[in-house]
Design a protein around this ligand. Sequence first.
Ligand SMILES: *Cc1c(COP(=O)(O)O)cnc(C)c1O
Length: 225
Amino acid sequence: MPNIAENIANLKRELTNYNYNLVAISKTKPNEMILEAYETGHRDFGENKVQELATKHESLPKDIKWHMVGHLQRNKVKYIAPFVHLIHSVDSVKLLKAIDKEGKKCDRSIRCLLQVHIAEESTKFGFDEKELEDFLKTGELENLKNVVVEGMMGMATFTEDKIQIKREFEYLKGLFDKFSSAFNYDNFQLRELSMGMSGDYKIALECGSTMIRVGSSIFGERNYG
Ligand SMILES: *Cc1c(COP(=O)(O)O)cnc(C)c1O
């Protein structure tokens, strides 16, 4: 059994010189393990599946801030819309519109990050630069009153090549800065750059990440691929 409190303390000690928000990625892990982290005062947890997120929200303390970090299907937005704290994985305009629609039904503004495809693998979801720029230029975002775009998210290629990872994170940081200054809508206020996981959070923070999503370094390895 991993010592979760100790893992969190070690992580924080290692990162004392950085400013960041930590999202503990608890996917596949039982409620008891989440509560161990909760007992240390930690409140931000992330999941990558709607069903698991909704079930855990239902059974765990209500002051937990739940982050959705996995690919989200439009027809499933309704299950998390009433409570989700931040959706990191908005990878299409259609999805953003679906989130807006569900936000309206719950009479809330849902906080979103735009996921950008920065990895070499074609399997990772996300916008590309041109697609995102074209959408932002239309000004359509301003009509989506029930979403607030607060930042961007990206996942680097799964590789040992630190130079490549760094290049991908730097590219996303560049886009983040460029779009922050290029567009100014009421519901487009970029302040979070979500990048970095257990294998690469240090590199991500060096490249300007403000939010790291750490799973296995806190909760131990997962038993699936
Ligand atoms: C699983 C997952 C993480 C955490 O991965 P670890 O390598 O276990 O830290 C971060 N972000 C996303 C989107 C994930 O799906």
